[in-house]
Design a protein around this ligand. Structure first.
Ligand code: UDP
Length: 241
C-alpha cells in the first residue's frame, strides 16, 4: 500500500489531532504531548508523552488485531502518527472495571481496590459540556446514540478486549484495573473499535508494588509521570512474542 498523504487537520482533541488523507476512507492520528484531567481543568505538556502513547497503543492494537477484534488501526507511521480507518465515533465511552477505584468509589462509596466478581461495564455519554455523565443502555437506545445491535456488539468486543488485555499484561507484572473504549462506524456502517488504548485510558497497577503506572500519576500529582509510561513501554516492547 502506498503511503497516504496527510491533508488538513479535521479535529483537535485533548490528546490527539486527526488529519484527513488523500484516501477518504483513512485518517491520520497524531499523538500530542499534552496531559489533561478533570474534564480539561488540569493541563500540562510533557515532551515524549505523545511518542510513548503512540508506541504503546500501536503495540496493543497490533496484538488485539491479531486476535480478531475489528479495529480502526491500520499501522504506526512514525514516532507520533498512526494510520487508521476513518470512522464516525459513537457518543459513548465504554468503561470496564475489574477492580474498584476512581469515579465508582467516589460515586457509590464502595470500597477502594476490591476485585469485582466479574467485569463491570458502564456507559458514559460523551459530552464535555455535561462532564461525560454516566448513562444506561436505555438512554443510548432512546436518544439514538446506539442501536440494540450496536450495544450487543460493543459489549461482546469490550469483554473480549478485557480478556485479551489481561492476558497481555498479567505476565508483564501489570494488573489491568479498568479502562475506557470508544467505538465508531466505518463507511459501510460496520461497528469497529476506535480511539486509543494507552496509560491515558487504562489504569495499570504494578502487581508486586501496587505502583500506579498510568495517568493517575498526573491526576493525583504522584510524580514521575513519564517514567511510568516508559515502564509500560519497556515491559510491553520487551515481552516474548
Ligand atoms: N477514562 C478515560 N477517559 C475519560 C474517563 C475515564 O480514558 O474521560 C478511563 C480512566 O483512565 C480509567 C477508566 O476510564 O482507566 C475509569 O475511569 P473513572 O470512571 O474511574 O474516571 P476518573 O476517576 O478517571 O475520573
Amino acid at each position: 500500500m502506498s503511503k497516504p498523504i496527510q491533508g488538513e487537520m479535521m479535529y483537535e482533541g485533548k490528546a490527539k489531532r486527526l488529519y484527513a488523507t488523500d484516501d477518504p476512507n483513512l485518517t491520520i492520528m497524531e499523538y500530542k504531548d499534552s496531559f489533561t484531567a478533570f474534564n480539561g481543568e488540569k493541563r500540562a505538556e510533557m515532551t515524549g508523552k505523545g511518542r510513548l502513547n503512540n508506541a504503546i497503543s500501536a503495540e496493543i492494537f497490533e496484538y488485539i488485531k491479531e486476535n480478531g477484534v475489528p479495529l480502526h488501526f491500520v499501522e504506526k507511521l512514525d514516532e507520533l502518527r498512526q494510520l487508521a480507518v476513518r470512522v464516525k465515533i459513537l457518543p459513548l465511552e465504554v468503561v470496564v472495571r475489574n477492580i474498584t477505584t476512581g469515579s465508582i468509589v467516589k460515586r457509590l462509596g464502595v470500597e477502594e481496590g476490591k476485585r469485582l466478581p466479574r467485569p463491570l461495564l458502564e456507559f458514559y455519554y460523551k459530552d464535555d459540556a455535561l462532564g461525560d455523565p454516566i448513562v444506561t443502555e436505555d438512554h443510548a437506545l432512546l436518544f439514538g446514540w446506539a442501536t440494540e445491535a450496536d450495544l450487543a456488539e460493543i459489549k461482546k468486543i469490550t469483554l473480549r478486549v478485557n480478556e485479551l488485555l489481561q492476558k497481555l499484561f498479567e505476565p508483564l507484572g501489570i494488573v489491568l484495573v479498568d479502562f475506557k473504549l470508544e467505538f465508531g462506524k466505518d463507511r459501510d456502517g460496520r461497528l469497529i473499535l476506535a480511539d486509543e488504548i494507552s496509560p491515558d485510558t487504562c489504569r495499570f497497577w504494578d502487581s508486586s508494588t501496587g505502583d500506579r503506572l498510568d495517568k493517575d500519576r498526573f491526576r493525583k500529582d504522584l510524580g514521575n509521570v513519564l517514567g511510568a509510561y516508559e515502564e509500560i513501554w519497556r515491559r510491553l516492547s520487551g515481552r516474548k512474542k
